[in-house]
Design a protein around this ligand. Structure first.
Ligand code: NAD
Ligand code: DAU
Length: 351
């Protein structure tokens, strides 16, 4: 029987890069992508692989117990890479329960399904939970998040992810489920839904719309190119020690305002606009409630123990990203029509 791996959330931003990577590097394996296709899930992200013989797409909800039981029985997955989640902090502030349902209940449902199918014979199995650095809370001016940093989530999103991490560890300690977890910093790159800072800014600059910066813009994030995250996920999946956690990041901190100025310079160049044109669109707006001041990952462990490091510099990654959005305006137009318009109005009208 052909071996199968389950990837959840594979139609989303990071998930689509992981599906593509695993289809290439796990030769002969069947890759099953389970995704509910929420507003963030988009099959256009995977047009290039949808006819691959080793690829199966299943539209479904990770909180659906019966569906998971039947999928685990049908495919007897060797491993799970779990990315499906509600992922946007601002949406978690307006609709926290959806985050509890998907990120907490959905994850526990998936843990149960794996445990029920795998029983005690787990030697070749692996349940990989993809998490975020936001579980560690907010840093001051100094210091980095290590794997030992105590959890201190501040938003409904990060609280739901922290909760799911705890459940994953509980299934390891209590039931012996062979789990591994990674916590990554902010990703950027192709196919990111334009509710997140960089694609939103690229889209608005293209259309000469204001680029909203929350508060004073002096919030710091650590940025990693999404394909480097997908590479890290493969490395952790293959070589990570069961029961362990790996932080993933780019050692690449930027304050939001400086990042957007760097983006504006690239956009002026690429769009043939006069220098400074895009920066005129920067508009300071009301801050995000509970806005975490600074995230920064210490990615020493994954580098020294598993041999992973980013493959591109930030300058290279950002330029590739801008090039992708400018070459794929149809993708952006599709995802920003319809429901996006209402979201944007609700999210930014009152700021
Ligand atoms: P995304 O919002 O782009 O994609 C999430 C995907 O999950 C979508 O395809 C959506 O349809 C699917 N989904 C949502 N609810 C579902 C459900 N109930 N059942 C099945 N599928 C469902 O998210 P992303 O940015 O690609 O993030 C993927 C994962 O990586 C998340 O777990 C997130 O917490 C984590 N993460 C993201 C970042 C980042 O910077 N984006 C950084 C670190 C970790
Ligand atoms: O750190 C990892 C996390 O990064 C992931 O777990 C999340 O899924 C992902 O959404 C991301 O969270 P952030 O809240 O950091 O990303 P976002 O793109 O929403 O915001 C980045 C920074 O920019 C943050 O400080 C808020 C700010 N911001 C964001 C938006 C959307 C603005 O100033 N203006 C905006 O319009």
């Amino acid at each position: 029987m052909q071996k199968s791996l389950l990837i959840t959330g594979g139609a989303g931003f990071i998930g689509s890069h992981v599906v593509r990577r695993f289809l290439t590097s796990f030769e002969g394996y069947r890759i099953v992508n389970l995704d509910a296709l929420t507003y963030a899930g988009n099959l256009e992200n995977l047009l290039d692989v949808e006819h691959n013989n080793n690829y199966v797409f299943v539209r479904g909800d990770i909180a659906d117990t019966a569906l998971l039981a039947s999928l685990f029985q049908e495919y007897d997955f060797e491993g799970v890479v779990h990315l499906a989640a509600e992922s946007h902090v601002d949406r978690s502030i307006t609709n926290p329960l959806e985050f509890v349902r998907t990120n907490v209940l959905g994850t526990v449902n998936l843990l149960n399904a794996a445990r029920n199918q795998w029983g005690v014979e787990t030697s070749a199995r692996r349940f990989y939970h993809v998490s975020t650095d936001e579980v560690y809370g907010s840093l001051g001016a100094e210091g980095l998040f290590t794997e030992e940093t105590p959890y201190d989530p501040r938003s409904p999103y990060s609280a739901s992810k922290a909760s799911s991490d705890h459940f994953v560890r509980a299934w390891y300690h209590t039931y012996g489920l062979p789990v591994v977890i990674s916590n990554c910093s902010n990703n950027y790159g192709a196919n990111q839904f334009p509710e997140k800072l960089l694609p939103l800014a690229i889209h608005n600059i293209q259309h000469h719309k204001p680029v909203p910066i929350y508060g004073d813009g002096r919030y710091t994030r650590d940025w990693l190119w999404v394909e480097d995250h997908a590479r890290a996920i493969e490395v952790v999946y293959r070589k990570g020690v069961i029961g362990e956690t790996y932080n993933i990041g780019g050692f690449n901190e930027w304050q939001n305002i400086d990042l957007i100025h760097a983006l504006c310079r690239i956009m002026d160049q690429k769009l043939g606009r006069p220098a400074g044109d895009s920066a005129n669109l920067i508009t300071f707006v009301k801050d995000r409630p509970g806005h975490d001041k600074r995230y920064a990952i210490d990615a020493t462990r994954i580098a020294t123990e598993l041999g992973w490091k980013p493959s591109v510099t930030f300058e290279q990654g950002l330029e590739k990203t801008v090039d992708w959005y400018l070459a794929n305006t149809q993708w952006l137009e599709h995802v920003t029509s319809g429901a996006y318009q209402q979201y944007y109005k609700d999210q930014y009208a009152s700021r």
